[in-house]
Design a protein around this ligand. Structure first.
Ligand code: HEC
Ligand code: HEC
Length: 450
């Protein structure tokens, strides 16, 4: 029984087999200032849309990052880089998925739950190619500088389509790109061997974890599978356009700086008043009901890094099951698993209990973003089966703490989150169901302070 467990114990006694403590992995030091510059200006993806065409077709962005030169005209999630043949191109950067505006405030590290991966982008990709052709000609260096991204997008786009808007297919993207690489030289393979049916293209929807939590974590990803060198794990994004392992070595060095920068990110603080007495009552409830998995927060913070087994957490199993079916052995024997800063994939049978700093800002909740707000996360019976939000970044509810939404009678539209789809389930994590409404209100008041 969970109740028999001693929440203050740091040891995993036989009684506490529902959770496993994730050990620390040593990380490379890096320079956070250089890391930030590389994150928002670096050339980890070296193919894109020629900048002349890009700036002609799109109005100038807001320059949220206050970048200079030709970057100044771009919205935060784009970077101008020089392609290997010397052409200046625009490509997406990490902030496409790892930053978002919330109630008018731009927050780096907040997972983007607005972006729409539910559409097939093939026709857009081809249309851009036609525009480059018309503007610069068929054999132009500009067209050449777009070609890698064009070809790779055509390949991956149909394989990473989510069923609803607001969830992310990054795990599938990494999987597809990994399969098209020679494990050791990382050279592109046009026709990789066929894969077994069960590993095939089920697109697993996930939310995007807030990056300010990284400094507390001993493992990356919802399943806690990312072990060893974090910088190496996160440079997988460059697999999109990377030439080979010699280029990977150069990018890898710079990602130690990116990692150092990510460690400096802070959780955004609650923008409104707090009822202190109520929050204190909530803190007591949190200590009794939640600390044994999520750890202590605030000045005496102690984050225990627990992975919680599926049979206890009971949330949607698909991500965990899928990651365990994907071959970690191949990764271990690849370029990523070699050398002094090796990374490993060790997916466990469950999900990590994340730190809850800045939790008020990171709706929707659970690893698949299936629950719209804290109120329903803490009362599983109230969770909507089909729900729709406006995807307007100011449409946030400060009472229920999460997105405003409307219940729907059925799904079938990508704007409606459909929890009956495989991988999209909203079950489990029912640990607060027995609380009274008053206790739940107190608990939410406390969570706002984290
Ligand atoms: C297409 C969207 C997308 C892009 C682009 C992207 N990420 Fe992510 N990232 C994700 C998702 C989704 C996860 C969570 C995956 C999971 O846990 O299964 C994630 C996880 C992470 C994590 C682990 C966080 C944690 O707490 O577990 C780090 C660190 C990270 N990304 C850094 C980066 C960096 C650096 C880049 C750019 C090189 C990048 N990401 C590009 C979507 C993206
Ligand atoms: C038995 C361990 C356990 C207990 C007890 C527990 N949690 Fe969790 N919690 C988890 C795990 C594991 C997850 C991630 C589940 C997933 O994403 O599928 C989670 C997720 C969450 C999330 C969503 C995080 C996100 O980013 O989406 C919140 C909020 C949360 N828990 C709050 C609480 C509160 C408040 C309590 C006390 C009433 C509590 N939890 C009790 C293990 C636990």
């Amino acid at each position: 029984m969970l109740a028999a467990d001693d929440p203050s114990s740091n040891k995993d006694t036989p009684k506490s087999r529902y959770r496993t403590r994730i050990p620390v992995s040593e990380q490379r030091p890096g320079d956070p200032k250089k890391g930030y510059r590389y994150l928002v200006e670096g050339d980890y993806i070296v193919s894109g849309i020629p900048i002349d065409l890009f700036t002609m077709a799109r109005p100038a962005g807001k320059n949220q990052l206050k970048r200079k030169g030709d970057q100044a005209a771009l919205a935060y999630h784009y970077t101008a880089v020089t392609a290997p043949n010397g052409v200046r191109v625009v490509t997406s950067n990490c902030l496409r998925c790892h930053a978002q505006t919330l109630n008018g405030k731009f927050i780096i590290g907040l997972g983007n739950s607005i972006v729409d991966f539910s559409a097939d982008r093939t026709s857009t990709v081809d249309m851009v190619d036609k525009m480059i052709l018309a503007m610069h000609g068929a054999d132009s260096p500009q067209r050449q500088a777009y070609k890698t991204l064009h070809d790779r997008f055509l390949l991956v786009s149909p394989l990473i389509q989510t069923r609803v808007r607001g969830v992310n297919p990054a795990d599938n993207l990494a999987f597809v790109l990994g399969r098209h690489r020679n494990p050791l030289t990382l050279e592109w393979i046009e026709n990789p061997p066929a894969i077994k049916e069960n590993k095939k293209q089920t697109v697993i929807p996930t939310d995007v974890p807030a990056l300010w939590l990284l400094k507390k974590k001993n493992a990356l990803y919802y399943t806690g599978s990312g072990r060893g060198d974090f910088a190496r794990l996160m440079m997988a994004s460059s697999l999109l356009t990377l030439k080979d392992s010699s280029e990977a070595v150069e990018i890898d060095k710079k990602f130690a700086d990116v990692h150092a920068y990510l460690l400096t990110l802070q959780a955004p603080s609650w923008p409104d008043n707090i009822n202190t007495a109520l929050a204190q009552q909530g803190e007591q409830i949190f200590a009794e009901e939640c600390v044994r998995c999520h750890g202590k927060h605030g000045p005496q913070a102690d984050y225990p890094n627990y992975m919680i087994k599926l049979n206890t957490i009971k949330t949607d199993a698909m991500l965990s099951d899928w990651q365990r079916s994907v071959d970690s052995h191949t990764y271990a024997n690849s370029w990523f698993g070699k050398g002094p800063h090796a990374a490993r994939l060790e997916p466990g049978d469950g999900y990590i209990a994340p730190p809850l700093d800045g939790i008020w800002a990171t709706a929707p909740y659970l690893h698949n973003g299936s629950v719209p707000d804290l109120l329903t996360l803490l009362n599983s019976k109230l969770r909507p089966k089909f729900w729709q939000r406006s995807f307007n970044t100011s449409d946030y509810n400060f009472k229920t703490v999460g997105w405003n939404y409307q219940k729907r009678a059925s799904g079938g539209d990508s704007k409606i989150y459909d929890t009956t789809l495989p991988g999209y389930g909203n079950q489990g994590h029912d640990f607060a169901d027995e609380l009274s409404d008053q206790e739940r209100t107190a608990l939410i008041e406390y969570l706002k302070t984290l």
